[in-house]
Design a protein around this ligand. Sequence first.
Ligand SMILES: [Zn+2]
Length: 66
Amino acid sequence: MTTPGRPIAADEDPVCGMHVDPETARAKGLAVTHDGHEYVFCGKGCMLEFRDDPNTYLDPRHLPMM
Ligand SMILES: [Zn+2]
């Protein structure tokens, strides 16, 4: 079992830290499930970056930046 590296809210974009409405994100295809947890993104750019390297963005040392 993996423990999340840092707490990420259900409506938080882990890449840039923006708050995103999960339903809107799902409707736009901007939600990704990783390790049984759903993450939502403000846009395709953030989603693709996360999918490339999820552990970078889940690392406690990662500081979300706009
Ligand atoms: Zn974002």
